[in-house]
Design a protein around this ligand. Sequence first.
Ligand code: ADP
Ligand code: MG
Length: 463
Amino acid sequence: AWARIRGRLREEVGEVEYRTWLRQMTLAGIDGDEAVVVLPTRFLRDWVRSHYGDRLSALWQQESPAVRRVDVRLGQQRAVPAGEDGDEAAAPDREASARRTGLAEPLATGRGAARVTDARGDWSAPLDPRFTFDTFVVGKPNEFAHACARRVAEKPALPGFNPLFLYGGVGLGKTHLMHAVAWAIRAGEPSRNVAYMSAEKFMYRFIAALRSQSTMEFKESLRSVDVLMVDDLQFLIGKDNTQEEFFHTFNALVDAGKQIVVSADKSPSDLNGLEDRLRTRLGCGMVADIHATTYELRLSILGAKAAAAGVEVPKSVQEYLAHKITSNIRELEGALNRLIAHANLFGRTITLDGVQEVLQDILRAHDRRVTIEEIQRKVAEHYNIRLTDMSSARRARAVARPRQVAMYLAKQLTSRSLPEIGRRFGNRDHTTVMHAVSRISELMQADSAFAEDVELLRRMLET
Ligand code: ADP
Ligand code: MG
């Protein structure tokens, strides 16, 4: 069965990919309902696991349904069976090539003289048709990056904008903006050769070219582009020789008046582990930061995406989500998509109650642990008193009442004990905290306006 599975995979992925990544994969055995396959290096194991893991499981299931999972592990390869790949000698320069490319792990061996036929040819990864300027919602956190991207799209290689370096946290729109630039340039002038790829792909191609001794072709094909975009450059950290290759490509293109667009999760100066000269050059053009989202931006993105999907999403639901899912736009979008799919599937309209049910798991992950400091800060702000009064000895009602509210919320929203809470409020006794908690509860029952006020504070702190 294993031989057939390998054969199928080989057919599916093609010879080049198979030889690069899968040739050294062997079956270690079957353990209950789990097939264990091993690869000799961590790098290969991770690669196979993430790129072929699902496919392997599916093929196994077809071949023998008793196997339900495939576990890809690090392990020693058994002797290569005669007849299968037996004609190949290990490439002598395996270690050397690993060193050159900056990989910590030796690479899979390829056939020494084999040519990687696709070292030339279409460089670019496909562009996502949804990632255009039309669908990009502009707000305070991304307006500068957006303006720079627009400018580059209108007039590539403009001095001062080359390279364009976009950076920001995950899921904030870097890839979206890069694709938007690529689409716009291609639309304006279809003959322009725009190449977009991840840094990971850049490395993979570089390694493949090294192994097949086609680095000249690799260099030529790269240097024939008009616009080169490399996404997630932080991937090259620690990959010294791929960095070096990128550096030379970069210089050659900029010298030839070609545009470069790069993204990363940090600014050039914070990308520790990138060579200094590369960081310097990356910072020479325009560096634009995409900031964390604001409530307003999240709300407009939700509005735009709901409208695009043609689905009615009540304002209250949009506001709730914008409050609750603050991490990044990808998660926000994921939550909205789930709601829309759910509504379509069950033919129901989207309601606030429904949201909590459908998104339970996502929302729970976003329940933040509130700290006592945050509570003190928010409450002090709300009642317009000084933060220091949270722990001062002042007993004036205007100060004492907010302090009690903060203690009450600390008890409700954190897992701190009464003595611990007391300590954080100017070394007060735990009985003081206990008293505050019951006093505020009483007041809330007696005074609905006050209760609403405290509830509002609680909600602000929880989201
Ligand atoms: P990054 O590359 O920074 O990790 P992406 O560009 O992949 O983030 O964005 C994640 C998701 O959020 C994508 O689906 C993208 O379309 C969407 N997105 C990000 N920013 C915006 C925006 N300003 N307007 C609309 N959608 C956005
Ligand atoms: Mg990205």
